[in-house]
Structures are given as structure tokens and as C-alpha cells.
Design a protein around this ligand. Structure first.
Ligand code: NAD
Ligand code: MLT
Length: 316
């Protein structure tokens, strides 16, 4: 065994069973629990050297302090916003995520929202299920020849571009850390944000939520810089699109629709945005496929076993 002295691991948030199977096969003792209340987690965490979560459980500084034996926190997914990584680092606790396992699922979910927005699919479906045969109300637009702006040209952003180009959408994009040449390899024209807003028919965001990406799409951008009728998609993190500004832009008709998988507060405390007739929304389902969940759970187990047995360490 390596420098980690890990025997007991707590698996939370319904992480796929393959994770437990692989950890146990490596001789680790695994306890599976659903999402615990904050108080129960604070009591329970002291019994484990490792914990595995999805996005529901918050591994705060308080939880880390209570986890006196904790050496490793595994995140079965990309975003680590539910883990206080700085506090973990200060305590010498390794935090590892699985950045690639759910890329395809999140990209496909984004494309599904774009298609749904173009053709009012959920609204027409709901209407028909209610016994109303209305072919006039749900006129759509082709995606063919429209311009898709992708903000954040990382793993998911690029896969979205690749797929939407099959619909003959023109892809433009912005990422301060991706060169124009690298973007061009994915047939994406890299542009500064001020040139993106007036050209985009659809905007999809694929950045992490950081101080400089919070409210990236806010009042000014939505109300004055974007093309009237622009449609906005967020399968990244709630808060990148300013929810209050988006609702105002939808109500004013400046924004023609929004596809939302993520919210500033999850579950939302205010459903006004979800209930807007031009909003297509899902409860953070971007990575919720059997394939992605199995992949991230397996990758995480492999990474943990490798670290525990003195092999390469994948960490943040
Ligand atoms: P990634 O790290 O591969 O890509 C993120 C990109 O954002 C990077 O290329 C980075 O340079 C860029 N970026 C950073 N700041 C920027 C800015 N100010 N403007 C434009 N670009 C900027 O990450 P990814 O795997 O593609 O994931 C993207 C996001 O999707 C993350 O927030 C992740 O948590 C989220 N996600 C959500 C789901 C879901 O279930 N809804 C699933 C997977 C990932
Ligand atoms: C992620 O960051 O990986 C996503 O939010 C997906 C998830 O964990 O459900």
C-alpha cells in the first residue's frame, strides 16, 4: 500500500455499484449510504478514511474537520463545487474527480435541449398529452444554417460543436485558454465575446462556475448585446447565466427560449424561471445516463485503488 492508509470508504449519493465492487475487490471496506443529512454526515464521516460523492453531498470545511481520519474525497463527476477543495488541501486530504467520464452524456443532453428549443418539443408533447391537437401554436425553426455560440471550448463544448455541425449549424466560440487554431480544428471560429453576442442564434455555456464566469450572461448581454430572440442553454453550472436577468429577457421577448439543466440553487426555491412557457428544463440530468454513471464510478474506483496501492495519483 502507498502513503495513504485507507481501509474504510463511505459511498454516498447513489454512485454506481461498480465503484463498490472495484474498491472491495482491492480489499477496501465499503459502506453504501444514500445522501445523509448534514448532522448524520458530521457524525458518520469520522469512521472513514475515504468518501465518494456525486454532486448532492456538500463536503464542507466543517465536514472535513469532523472527518478526522479522512485522507481522500472522490467526486464521481467533473465539478468539485460541492467540495471545499482549499480546506481539504489545507488538511492534506486528496480530492480527485473524473473529468472525462460524463463528457458525452453532458454533450448529448445539451444537444437534446437545443433540438427541443428549436421545435417546442416538451411544450407540444405536454399539450397533446392534455388532449389538445394544436399544430399552429408550436411552429419551430430549423437549426440548419443557424449560428451556435459555445462559451467554453473544453471537453463538453467541443463535443457539442461536433454534434450540432451535423445539423449544419455554424459554430462560433470563446475560451480564453483555447487558441483560435485549436478551436479551428473543431470547426469552431474563435471570437471575442463582443463579436459573439450579436451573431448567435443559440448560446450554450460550458465553463466551470468561477468568479469570472458568474453571470457571464447577464442583463446587459441578454437585453442589449444579443440578437433579439436568442436561445440560451446551460448544462454547465447554475449562476453562469444570471437567472433573474434571463427571466426578464424571456418576459420581454428579447430571449426566445432557454434550455436549463442546472440552477443557482438545486433544487430551485423559486420556480418562476422553470415555469416560463419558453423554458425547457431538466433537474441536473446532464450526466444521468447508465453509461456515464458506470464510467465515472469505475474511473474513480480505479483512481482510488491506484493511489492507495502506491500507483499514479489523479488529483486536483
Ligand atoms: P472543461 O474543463 O473541459 O472545459 C471548461 C472550459 O471552460 C475550459 O476550456 C476553460 O478554458 C473554459 N473557460 C474557463 N473560463 C472561461 C471563460 N471565462 N470564458 C470561456 N471559457 C472559459 O470542462 P467540461 O468537462 O467541458 O465541463 C464544463 C462544465 O460542465 C463544468 O462546469 C462541469 O461541472 C459541467 N458539467 C455539468 C454536467 C451536468 O450534469 N449538467 C455534466 C458534466 C459537466
Ligand atoms: C458534473 O460536474 O460532473 C455534473 O454536475 C454531473 C453530476 O455529477 O451529476
Amino acid at each position: 500500500m502507498g502513503s495513504f492508509k485507507i481501509r474504510k470508504i463511505l459511498l454516498l449519493d447513489g454512485v454506481d455499484a461498480i465503484c463498490a465492487t472495484k474498491l472491495e475487490a482491492a480489499g477496501l471496506e465499503v459502506t453504501i449510504k444514500p445522501k445523509l443529512s448534514k448532522d448524520d454526515l458530521l457524525k458518520e464521516i469520522q469512521n472513514y478514511e475515504g468518501v465518494v460523492v456525486r454532486s448532492a453531498t456538500q463536503i464542507t470545511a466543517e465536514v472535513l474537520a469532523a472527518g478526522t481520519r479522512l485522507q481522500m474525497v472522490g467526486r464521481a463527476g467533473v465539478g468539485t463545487d460541492n467540495i471545499d477543495v482549499d480546506a481539504a488541501t489545507r488538511r492534506g486530504v486528496l480530492v480527485m474527480n473524473t473529468p472525462t467520464g460524463n463528457t458525452i452524456s453532458a454533450a448529448e443532453h445539451t444537444c437534446a435541449l437545443i433540438c427541443s428549443l428549436g421545435r417546442c418539443l416538451p411544450q407540444a408533447c405536454e399539450s397533446l398529452k392534455g388532449g389538445v391537437w394544436d399544430r399552429k401554436k408550436f411552429m419551430g425553426n430549423e437549426l440548419y444554417g443557424k449560428t451556435l455560440a459555445i462559451i467554453g471550448l473544453g471537453r463538453i463544448g467541443r463535443e457539442v460543436a461536433h454534434r450540432m455541425q451535423a445539423f449544419n449549424m455554424t459554430c462560433i466560440g470563446y475560451d480564453p485558454f483555447v487558441s483560435a487554431a485549436a478551436a479551428a480544428e473543431w470547426n469552431i471560429e474563435a471570437l471575442p465575446l463582443d463579436e459573439i453576442w450579436p451573431r448567435a442564434d443559440y448560446i450554450t455555456v460550458h465553463t466551470p462556475l468561477l468568479p469570472h464566469t458568474r453571470n457571464l450572461l447577464g442583463e446587459e448581454v441578454l437585453m442589449t448585446k444579443c440578437k433579439p430572440g436568442v436561445k440560451v442553454v446551460n448544462v454547465a453550472r447554475g449562476g453562469i447565466v444570471d437567472e433573474a436577468a434571463l427571466l426578464r429577457a424571456l418576459e420581454a421577448g428579447r430571449c426566445g427560449g432557454a434550455g436549463l439543466d442546472v440552477f443557482t440553487t438545486e433544487p430551485p426555491t423559486d420556480y418562476a424561471l422553470c415555469r416560463h412557457p419558453k423554458v425547457v428544463c431538466t433537474p441536473h440530468l446532464g450526466a444521468s445516463t447508465f453509461e456515464a454513471q458506470e464510467r465515472v464510478a469505475e474511473e474513480l474506483a480505479d483512481q482510488m485503488v491506484s493511489a492507495v496501492s502506491g500507483g499514479p495519483i489523479a488529483g486536483l
